[in-house]
Design a protein around this ligand. Structure first.
Ligand SMILES: NC(=O)c1ccc[n+]([C@@H]2O[C@H](COP(=O)([O-])OP(=O)(O)OC[C@H]3O[C@@H](n4cnc5c(N)ncnc54)[C@H](OP(=O)(O)O)[C@@H]3O)[C@@H](O)[C@H]2O)c1
Length: 249
């Protein structure tokens, strides 16, 4: 398939469930299953992957990251493309989604665009387990900080996003531990995966979804393929829906 034939602005999504927004995870991975190279995702995806990542964002009210991704790569919901911003404005949406980050430590470098660029809205979800004074320090940087109860941070953040920000869809752009936590709690509806034609190797395993303990058969989440789009870049653009029923043995 020619690059120009893949256009993620044309995608359609189901309605959100009643009690939370519709949640979609998007990741890029090497053909040997690595999502981190030299500490970030950079070098895995092509220019086409970057374009499709931005096109996917147009459908979402909020783009969310875990704090380790924030520290490694930054968290920004910008589209970096006037045509895509126009696409949203025409549909009565703000030019960029809201950027959201989830953190327990509150260790979020202040020089990141999230704090310095006011062209998009942003919110910090801070665990109630955070050390004293962290909330005040983060608030002093001019972004709202919402305390979310320890152990329920992700689900409470999603409920807040739906109820208070009026969001229908959340795009989670990693990393693996936030992805893993969400999928284990049944809070993921779809998974977009760019399979890059590259072997990253190394002796670290950086899967796209992680949680404590070894992988087990009982822990497997079953996916249903929605699309598989090969591109001339050698990438395969995959879209899955999470199956709700228990998998067969
Ligand atoms: N290939 C890709 O598509 C892709 C995409 C995104 C990221 N990445 C890479 O993935 C790496 C980071 O992934 P990661 O798995 O190490 O980390 P991550 O999921 O990005 O972030 C984990 C951190 O998020 C916070 N967090 C997660 N769940 C939370 C909860 N329930 N309540 C409060 N805070 C919570 C905690 O922050 P604190 O530590 O602050 O407490 C936790 O340490 C980076 O190297 C990044 O570049 C790759």
């Amino acid at each position: 398939m020619d690059h120009s034939e893949i256009d993620y602005t044309q995608l359609r999504f189901s309605d959100p469930p009643r009690a939370r927004p519709y949640v979609v995870v998007n990741m890029v991975m090497s053909a040997d299953g690595q999502t981190v190279v030299d500490g970030t995702e950079r070098g895995l995806g092509s220019a086409l992957d970057q374009r499709l990542m931005r096109e996917l964002r147009v459908h979402f009210d909020v783009v969310m990251n875990g704090a380790a991704t924030f520290r490694a790569s930054g968290t920004s919901a910008r589209l970096n493309d006037p045509a895509l911003e126009h696409w949203r404005l025409e549909r009565g949406l703000p030019p960029s989604p809201v950027a959201a980050v989830l953190t327990r430590s509150g260790n979020l470098p202040p020089q990141r665009r999230f704090f310095t660029d006011r062209s998009f809205e942003a919110i910090v979800y801070l665990s109630s387990a955070a050390p004293d004074g962290v909330r005040e320090e983060l608030e002093s940087r001019g972004r709202p900080v919402l305390i979310v109860p320890e152990g329920e941070e992700a689900s409470v953040a999603l409920r807040h996003i739906q109820a208070e920000l009026g969001a229908r869809r959340v795009l989670v752009e990693g990393g693996a531990s936030l992805n893993g936590e969400l999928i284990r709690q049944g809070l993921v509806d779809e998974y977009f995966l760019t399979l890059a034609p590259r072997i990253a190797g190394g002796d670290a395993s950086t899967a796209a979804f992680t949680w404590p303990g070894p992988p087990t058969r009982s822990g497997i989440k079953q996916l249903e393929l929605i699309h598989a789009l090969p591109a001339q870049s050698g990438e395969l653009f995959l879209r899955y829906r999470l199956q709700r029923a228990a998998p067969a043995d």
